[in-house]
Design a binder for this molecule. Structure first.
Ligand SMILES: [Zn+2]
Length: 279
């Protein structure tokens, strides 16, 4: 039987990426960029998980309502999109309180089960965030990127499939932990681990390689795909950045939505909570 994979959309504005170095021209495109993704998911009758930035929810309550009414899962992607390494435990709690108060103001009391840290910023430096998630009633986290390629994120040695995450060491499994971790599994070939399941990796790799690699992951486990609405939106402004940051931020934007459609055509997807049996 064909494997069911987890589909996650990180709903943020085009200017939330850390690679833009804090530049935030006041141009808001999240509703238009997200509408394209919602239409695509409707066409393929697929539901996913939207990890939403609180600031975006506050500005566009109608967008949150629309996503919820379509049957997608609502998850949290922080309030301000500051990575955890820019916060501390107190500031993170404040962010979570603001996020929940905004979302409750829009949807009433809904259970939010899943969290994704901005910029995959959960590692052993920021593991204090896990207890806060437990205190807010979260059931799972999807912030561990088990490959270290980037100075800012990545946890080498972390499991590559869902596990009960120890609150004292994010790489360790603890069967009594209240939180499940769903890491973004890379393609593993021998000792080599290649991230392929979303974002820049989805934009830069050719479809044939993505198809081959994701099928290979599916031999053993579901994968967790992540996508940002601005990545597939032609109008995303291109700011002046260093060569590397420009490449990572903007390469392949014109074809990203087509690639997502190809994956919807060739793989089966569902909400993260469904894949984890929490629904
Ligand atoms: Zn993000």
């Amino acid at each position: 039987m064909e494997k069911l994979n987890a589909l996650s959309i990180d709903l943020e504005e085009w200017f939330h990426s850390e690679l833009l170095g804090g530049q935030r021209p006041p141009l808001f495109q999240a509703p238009e960029a997200t509408q394209q993704v919602l239409d695509l998911l409707d066409r393929y009758q697929t539901k996913g998980t939207f990890f939403i930035v609180g600031e975006v929810a506050e500005r566009h309550p109608e967008l949150v309502r629309l996503i919820f009414e379509k049957g997608h899962e609502i998850g949290c992607h922080g309030f301000s999109h500051h990575p955890l390494w820019k916060l501390d435990e107190d500031l993170f709690r404040q962010e979570m309180r603001r996020f929940h108060s905004v979302v409750e103001g829009i949807l009433g009391k809904v259970v939010i089960k899943g969290f994704r840290a901005p910029c995959f910023s959960l590692d052993n430096r920021t593991k204090w965030a896990l207890q806060t998630l437990v205190d807010f009633g979260y059931r799972y986290d999807a912030s561990i990127f088990p490959v270290k390629l980037n100075p800012h994120y990545g946890v080498s040695g972390a499991p590559m499939r869902p596990y009960r995450i120890s609150l004292t060491d994010v790489r360790e499994e603890d069967p009594s932990s209240p939180l499940i971790e769903f890491p973004t599994p890379p393609l593993a070939i021998g000792k080599l681990k290649i991230p392929i399941a979303g974002g820049f990796y989805l934009r830069i790799f050719p479809l044939s390689f993505l198809h081959w690699g994701l099928k290979r992951i599916n031999r053993h486990q579901p994968f967790l795909l992540y996508f940002h609405p601005w990545e597939g939106y032609a109008e995303t402004p291109r700011l002046k950045l260093s060569f590397t940051n420009r490449l990572i931020s903007y390469y392949g934007i014109h074809s990203a939505l087509k690639k997502l459609e190809f994956l919807l055509n060739h793989f089966k997807f569902a909400r993260v909570d469904q894949i984890l049996g929490l629904r």
